[in-house]
Design a protein around this ligand. Sequence first.
Ligand SMILES: [Fe+2]
Ligand SMILES: [Fe+2]
Length: 341
Amino acid sequence: MSEKEWFADKMEFPPETPQPNIYPLSWERKTTKMQEVWEAAQRETWDPEKLSWDTFDPDQYSWEERESIAYWWTLLSVFDYSAPPVFAEALIKTYEDHEEDPVRRCFFSVVRDEQNHEQMCGLSITKLLDHPDALTYTPKTELGKKLQRNAKWLYFNGGRYWNGYKKAVPKYSLAVLFSSFLMGEIAAATIFHQMAKGCEEEVFQEAFKNIGRDEGRHMAICMALMERDYPGLQSENKEVITKQIRAGYLFLSAVLYEPPMEFWDLPDDFIATQREAEEIARNAGFGIPTAEAKLENWRNAMLNLKGVLDRYDIPFPAIPEVGITGQEVLDVDLEEIIPIF
Ligand SMILES: [Fe+2]
Ligand SMILES: [Fe+2]
């Protein structure tokens, strides 16, 4: 056991506190935009449990439909489930970096929002399957069995990125992390906007509207921080950002479009099974966009992000999958990506 060193008997004032340390003991406010976003977050707070669940009757759907819709929520939760711990790590980093007070509060609001989004996945899956998760549930149909296998592979892949993230957070500056965060937020805002438009169930519409609004605020947080920090960005950071955007594209494609097989470790029939379920969900009034519509939306989201990065002269990676030319990024390191949503 190490002895605690005592100082107060030897000196009038204590020694410097070693950094990084979570103690700024300071509440400096500089970035007005962050204060505004925080106030909006306080105003717009919502509770997934208080949506109009009383209008939702899963029994009006067939078991194939229930399993198909629950599969979509499961796919989403592979991304949304990681968001609270990912942003909680980022929140700690804002303390260690002695970020200004409204920045710390904004990251705190993101953690809370993402916890709501994750809860929403859980509530939907539990009601649809009559079981709290898709992994240990007993499938009722043949399609349900195949979807469960898909879900297990998604879970396996998603779980691999957590260690990479934990290694990445201390290594990169918040500035580098923002660009990955922004990418995740643009992707998320895109998907929830699409889903709010395409869903007939009242409770899902409400949820997608709320979640989409949250994601819009998260985007605003990233943009405000970029405006503050990117004018002085070093070129080595720009290189890392270009790489992370390419990695983020491959990672997020699994939920925004379809998982690229060179990145996601999945069985051959994975996409065919997913498409089958999406068709069934769509016909049941759960408006997952078609593959073509997804690709178009994903492309527009990427162009959006490119527009932001262009402002700061950060080279955009080539994304031939959606017809975007740019800097070739060949060595996407699975161990170092910042998986974010
Ligand atoms: Fe989210
Ligand atoms: Fe978000």
